[in-house]
Write a protein that binds this ligand. Sequence first.
Ligand code: ADP
Length: 448
Amino acid sequence: MFQKILIANRGEIALRVLRACKELGIQTVVVHSTADADAMHVRLADESVCIGPPPSRDSYLNIHQIVAACEITGADAVHPGYGFLSENAKFADILAAHNITFIGPSGDHIRIMGDKIEAKRTAKRLGIPVVPGSDGAVSDEREAKRIAADIGYPVIIKASAGGGGRGMKVARSEDDLIQALQTASTEAGAAFGDDAVYIEKYLEKPRHIEVQVFGDGMGRGIHLGERDCSLQRRHQKVWEEANSPALNAEERARIGETCSKAIADLGYSGAGTIEFLYEDGEFYFIEMNTRLQVEHPVTEAITGIDLVHEQIRVASGGGLSVTQDEIRFQGHAIECRINAEDPRTFTPSPGTITHFHTPGGLGIRVDSGVYSGYRIPPYYDSLIGKLIVHGRNRVECMMRLRRALDEFVVDGIKTTLPLFRDLVGNPDIANGDYDIHWLEKYLVETVE
Ligand code: ADP
């Protein structure tokens, strides 16, 4: 087991990882920018190292500074959290070259999944269902027309190097296609320095369903069920739940088995999430995230398994603590992402939190690094906390969520809490009846 883990992240996830390390009796080092000197995880860590000024590229993305902090403090492993360097293959390789363990998969697996065309090819080879489309990049207009006619309109053009929903264009007919191809390719070139694009069937009303997987790096793979993250705004998840209201037990077991087998065959090590669009009973792979996800607590709630403990165990060579047969899915869990944003326009609202009171009671978990008097720096993303609620079934979970939202107090800044108070009373949400476009439509229709 590791002696000392360096946490290369900030905010609620840095605190989340710190808690797991403390439970396992592992010493902790956190790195932080000058803007985060008074953050809660910095106060609670055994050691902290300031690695630079506020902009992420000079601190949380500065590989040299982070490796230097490992050397100075004698950390033997790094947990990257999510975002920042968590899916940076070069970072994983550099740490390995310094004999520091990256708590995550190999650089090669990160690289494969970071390239969307390569990821899709790999998924297909591993028996994971993918969206019908081109076999690789498409540059020639005639070829594009032939493929689109083959799979049928509408189609979506996506950037191979894509991320964050950028470089995507929908074409509803051959007339749109050439324009969409050019726009997507130009956008991809500008955003990612790589103009390769590919074509897929466009699904009109899918849900976003993702499967949590784990590999032990020694040929064993398990799945921990799915999460439904269909409630999104601009491709950003807002509300996540497990299980998905749309799946039955047989579908759940089938997609889970497909994913765990793929992970085993790949020889994958650590936590991963295989993301799908789901429509009319079919799953279509869109991407795999090779890291811990923001929404991992809903899986923890229904399985009782601490995913960060599991990541640390696997990375230290200790293997997984559970077998597939031992995993039991119990009850229902929902996570609301509480952002320091206007609840309607989603404009960031940094500033000082004058009063912060979190709900409690059975089935309530709040993961947050903020406190009364905390000043939210304007440099980073606006997630200030996550409310995770568990109940024996979805109805009980929703009742408890409504009560917890009423109890939550964040004064001094705007937050997305009022949006969740509206959503929890909405009949479609109560029925679990929503797709990936539902929230955007709701926001337009209910604008004051
Ligand atoms: P990114 O990595 O840029 O986030 P993804 O491939 O994960 O790109 O897709 C982001 C979102 O775009 C999906 O969650 C979905 O809303 C939409 N999308 C992607 N592919 C399709 C498709 N084939 N049909 C319909 N919507 C899609």
